[in-house]
Ligand binder design. Structure first.
Ligand code: HEC
Ligand code: HEC
Length: 210
């Protein structure tokens, strides 16, 4: 599979570990169901990156699932964060949104779905630590404008629409400054069901788990 995914790692970095700016995001170690959903999102036009979508077009769904499983199983250390200068108030705003949300504005805590340690949850929720600030901010911005979409119900689109541009700067800045716990992996399950449902692709016939 390492051979067959050389076209992918040309952009995504050796073994899918990404470059420091996150323009080509890390794919190694993210939950398999999340990666599989993204491959379908690019193929089906819910996310846009022409050069990549063209590579995905001819692939069958079972093969895409194999690629997702291959990258999900790679266990590589995360790069250390490069903290951006931020005022104490901005950091506090980012931390509060992440761990508590803002019930008055119906913004659920990010940790409710992304896991208490923010390292993601199997099978479909990615971690939020170890990602560069610009990548986080641009993904949330893309959801607000409809440029990025996920399988229905698209919980992240609703959440991003409730965030102001200032909230996005705050969460992206705070999250990108958190040091990922060494060896941290997506959690097996959530302690309690989240207050919103999030969609996911139907798995290829005969598969029960991604
Ligand atoms: C020409 C460069 C390029 C190639 C080749 C490429 N990608 Fe990508 N990929 C990108 C970019 C850029 C993004 C982020 C786009 C965005 O911001 O939404 C991305 C996003 C992704 C994501 C979503 C990551 C996330 O965390 O949400 C996955 C999964 C992915 N690529 C897998 C692959 C696989 C598998 C291949 C090989 C079949 C591949 N890519 C080939 C550039 C590339
Ligand atoms: C109700 C559950 C839920 C909540 C609450 C939630 N998320 Fe998410 N988030 C998800 C799921 C599921 C995905 C994967 C969506 C997909 O398939 O594209 C995701 C994806 C993301 C991504 C994309 C990561 C990547 O690698 O591309 C970012 C960034 C993100 N969420 C940030 C946040 C922030 C910030 C908050 C809090 C303000 C938040 N999320 C709250 C469920 C949630």
């Amino acid at each position: 599979m390492a051979q067959r995914t050389l076209a992918c790692t040309a952009c995504h970095g050796k073994e899918g570990r990404a470059g420091p700016d996150g323009y080509y995001p890390r794919i190694a170690g993210k939950p398999a169901g999340y990666l599989y959903n993204q491959l379908l999102n690019f193929r089906d036009g819910r996310r846009h990156y022409g050069l990549m979508s063209r590579l995905l077009d001819p692939l069958s769904e079972p093969y895409m699932l194999e690629i997702a499983q291959y990258f999900a199983a790679l266990d590589l250390p995360y790069a250390q964060p490069t903290a951006a200068p931020a005022s104490a108030a901005l950091q506090q705003q980012g931390r509060l949104l992440t761990v508590q949300g803002d019930p008055k504005r119906r913004i659920p805590a990010c940790a409710q779905c992304h896991g208490e340690t923010l390292t993601g949850v199997q099978p479909n929720t990615p971690g939020l630590v170890g990602l560069p600030r610009d990548y986080i901010a641009s993904q949330l911005g893309a959801w607000r404008t409809g440029q990025r979409r996920a399988h229905a119900p698209d919980c992240m689109a609703e959440i991003a629409q409730r965030l102001t541009p200032g909230d996005i700067t705050a969460v992206a800045t705070w999250l990108a400054a958190q040091v990922p716990v060494p060896g941290s992996k997506p959690a097996a399950a959530l302690p309690r069901p989240p207050e919103m449902a999030c969609g996911s692709a139907t798995l290829p016939a005969g598969r029960q788990t991604p």
